[in-house]
Write a protein that binds this ligand. Sequence first.
Ligand code: HEC
Ligand code: HEC
Length: 528
Amino acid sequence: MESPRSSVFGPRSSVLTLLVLTVLISATLRAQDGKVVYDKWCAGCHGDTGAGDGFGAKTMLPHPRDFTKAVYKIRTTASGEIPTDDDLRHVIEVGMPGTAMPEWKSRLSAGEITGVIQYLKSFSPNSFKGAAAKAIAIGKAPSGAGVDEGKAVFQKLECYKCHGAAGRADGKSAPTLKDDYGNPIRPADLTENWKFRGGSSVSDIYARLRTGLDGTPMPSFQDAVENKLITDEQLWRVAQYVHSLSPEKAPESREVVRAARVQSVPTTPDDAAWRAVERFWVPLVGQIIAKPRWFAPTVDGVWVQALHDGRTIALRLSWDDPSKSPDPIWDEWLGRMSKSLTDVDGPLATQQGPDRLVVQWAQDPNDESQRPYFLGGDTKRPVYVWRWSSEPRVEEGTETGLGKFTALPGAHVTQSTKYADGQWQVLFTRPLASIDTTHIPRFTTGHAIPIAFFAADGSSGEDEIRGAVSTWYAVYLDVPTPTRVFVAPIAMIALSAGLGMLLVTRAQRRERVGDGRRPNDSSHTEER
Ligand code: HEC
Ligand code: HEC
């Protein structure tokens, strides 16, 4: 009798064997090609052995993923399961917004991505050795308006406990949250869906609610549907509600903030008049140039609104920050931050400082070569600043580098502050006229005055240097004249002044070349 084993070598099965071998060999080959791609593009963050311990891994939050654990966030498979190859392909192609994980579609071919997927899986052979995981059927969003119902289900499922009542990541549990590796993790800010790890569409959100984000405290709500706590349609309604909390499109940053002229400027940040005033989004990124560098900023942007009435300029800034620092309930969070971020040019503060916001202004609007260094100026070219902190108070003075502050006599700038639902709103006002024209720019109508921002969250170990920065933007003080006159200077500034989002890596490169002197800003980068 032929043993089952020898039958493999029988005439019919030899074809099969050959086929199996070919498949195996080509998979190995792909994994080998994958290794080349991986070593070149991925190992820097994810580590040579896939353990998530590449260069600088401990400066980033979230840390690069440890592939040996085979725990993946963005899946179409049930909670706790491995992802499908298509899931991996998708996340590699588009990247993970709001984290250091870049998109690879523009750099790698489809074949290279296939190879790198096989190689990734080889870091955790046991997890991937069985049958391929099955994607769950996602279906389609129900039609009709359901945002109100979605809001009710959001309450019922207690999403607010982590995400906060208004969705700004300030829920009661937020300060205590950690991922499976003990690192601090923030609930997503549901008002900024362009930063969702797995995409911002209603069906992306629904998929995350069904499958959860494995490795994080964000649960799957599959059980809630299976146990008939809610219907599947209601889960879609929550996804629609969450989607409705963000602007229709991710905000684009524009270089010039327009300060319209009004009869008289509002005196509080929550004055109803602000609702009618155009908002400008200024993105902020981690300050990774001056030491100590900071790769894990809390504040990712500031909404700017400006008005003037011919005598006073009013600047209303609002930004999301889940903690009103200092606040003892965030001590646990700060402790976890300092354990988790260990490669950040020295230890973090053990005590929470205040939240901070610095508005910096440049002297000369027209001469770009004379513009100060965007990180708080330097001794040669100081910046004029309004330095706010969450006591709350504001100081007026000059800086010759981040945190190197000298007060100016007289208190001309006032602040009015409100904190609610994970958001600061601060209104600054100042008379347009000033006697000191050496330190203070001329706030004259018909001119664009260069402006830049620095923000820090005291509960996260941020201070006067560790924080988030913008490059130069400008505030244009409106004149009540024909539009032609008004449009021309704005267009000119936008085209030539080079106030676009300065890519920090570019600045860093320049700085390296220019041995730390202020980078020459004349080559405007459009990389954002
Ligand atoms: C600059 C650093 C960096 C580089 C380079 C990088 N990654 Fe990542 N990657 C990350 C970070 C950080 C995360 C974790 C993000 C999170 O957990 O939200 C991540 C997560 C992932 C994940 C997990 C996705 C999921 O659903 O959980 C995959 C897969 C991945 N990276 C693949 C790659 C591949 C393939 C390459 C190279 C082609 C690469 N990464 C290069 C930083 C990087
Ligand atoms: C126990 C705390 C907790 C609860 C409860 C919770 N979440 Fe989350 N959620 C998180 C955390 C933490 C993250 C961030 C995960 C990350 O950064 O990878 C998150 C992320 C998200 C995201 C972003 C997904 C992405 O692609 O990045 C959405 C949307 C979301 N949650 C919606 C909800 C909704 C809706 C509910 C209630 C039905 C809910 N969450 C309940 C903790 C929670």
